[in-house]
Ligand binder design. Structure first.
Ligand code: ZN
Length: 302
C-alpha cells in the first residue's frame, strides 16, 4: 500500500477574482470546480488543475473575502513546488511572471497574496498533468506537484508517522517522498523562522495525499496506530477525505483518487458554473445572491 503523491493543496485567499486572475490567467491552470466550502457554504472553494482536474495538480482555495494576509510559521506549509519540463520552460515563465528569484533549475515567486510558489525543472516518468491555455505552449506548461515545504523546529518528531504510518521514503535529512505506482510527491521541512505563523490569506491550509479509493480506511487505521488522531471519513462528493495533524502541526488529508470532478459536470465545461454537492443544492439561490461574482480571466487569443 503506497500513497500516490500529492492529491491537492488547499490554501486561503481574501480575493477570489484576483485568485482566478492569477492561477487561471497567469499560471494557466484550468478552473476545474467552482463550489463552496463544505464546512462553511457561504464562502467559495475554488479548484484549479490540469484539463481533467486530476489528483496530482489540484490547487484549491477557500475564499474569505477581505481576509487579511497571514504568514507561514512553524507547523505550516510555506511553499508549493510545481514541476516544469525544461530550463526553456523556466525561461518562458521568467518572462511571463516578470518577477521571482531565478536559479538555473527553478524560479521562486509568490502569488498576489504572498503564498510561496516555486516552478522547478524535474525529470520524471510521472504523467505530465497540463492545462491548455492559449498563451502558454504545452511544452512549457506546469506539469504537476513536486513537493510541499513546511516549517518545523524538529523534523525528527514527524519521522515515525511519515515513515511507519504513511510509508514515505526518506530522501534526505528533512525530506521524504510518497511514491505510489503512478505518481510521487515530496514532503520537505525547512527550519522554522522565529516569528509565529499567522493563518490568513496567502497561507496554506492543508496538503492532501492521494490514496487508492479502497485503501483509505486502511490508511486511516495506520494513522491511528502511528499516534495521530484522524477524523472519520468525510464524503466531499468528488473524493473522500480523512484529516489529521502530523506531529509538526501541519494539517494532512488523505483523499481518494475517485470519483473525481467529472462526476457532476461535463468534462468539457468543468468550473464554468457554481456547482453544489447535492446536500447544498437547496442553498443555491441564497448563495448565488451572496457569493462575490467571479469571471474567468480575459485571455489574449493569438
Ligand atoms: Zn483538502
Amino acid at each position: 500500500m503506497k500513497l500516490e503523491g500529492i492529491h491537492h493543496v488547499s490554501s486561503i485567499t481574501g480575493d477570489a477574482q484576483a485568485n482566478v486572475d492569477f492561477y487561471a490567467g497567469v499560471l494557466g491552470l484550468r478552473m476545474v470546480k467552482k463550489t463552496v466550502n463544505q464546512d462553511d457554504p457561504t464562502v467559495y472553494h475554488l479548484f484549479y488543475g490540469d484539463d481533467k482536474g486530476s489528483p496530482g495538480l489540484d490547487l484549491t482555495f477557500f475564499e474569505y473575502p477581505g481576509a487579511s494576509r497571514g504568514r507561514a510559521g512553524r507547523g505550516m506549509i510555506h511553499r508549493i513546488v510545481l514541476r516544469v519540463g525544461s530550463v526553456q520552460a523556466l525561461d518562458f515563465w521568467e518572462r511571463r511572471l516578470g518577477a521571482g528569484e531565478r536559479t538555473r533549475g527553478s524560479i521562486l515567486f509568490s502569488d498576489p497574496e504572498g503564498l510561496g510558489l516555486e516552478l522547478r525543472v524535474v525529470s520524471t516518468s510521472d504523467a505530465s498533468l497540463t492545462a491548455s491555455h492559449p498563451e502558454i505552449p504545452t511544452e512549457h506548461a506546469i506539469q504537476g506537484f513536486e513537493e510541499v515545504r513546511a516549517y518545523t523546529a524538529d523534523p525528527d518528531t514527524s519521522r515515525n508517522l511519515l515513515e511507519n504510518a504513511l510509508g514515505f521514503e526518506r530522501a534526505g535529512a528533512a525530506s521524504w517522498q510518497a511514491r505510489g505506482e503512478k505518481r510521487g510527491g515530496r514532503y520537505v521541512f525547512d527550519t522554522a523562522p522565529g516569528e509565529r505563523g499567522v493563518p490568513g490569506a496567502g497561507t496554506v491550509h492543508h496538503v492532501a495525499w492521494a490514496s487508492l479509493d479502497e485503501e483509505q480506511v486502511p490508511w486511516r487505521d495506520r494513522v491511528i496506530a502511528g499516534g495521530a488522531s484522524p477524523t472519520p471519513v468525510i464524503d466531499r462528493y468528488w473524493f473522500k477525505s480523512v484529516y489529521f495533524r502530523e506531529p509538526s502541526g501541519v494539517l494532512f488529508e488523505i483523499a481518494t483518487m475517485g470519483p473525481g470532478f467529472a462526476v457532476d459536470e461535463d468534462p468539457a465545461h468543468l468550473g464554468e458554473r457554481l456547482v453544489l454537492p447535492p446536500k447544498f443544492e437547496h442553498l443555491r439561490e441564497r448563495l448565488e445572491g451572496t457569493l462575490t461574482p467571479i469571471h474567468a480571466p480575459a485571455v489574449a487569443h493569438s
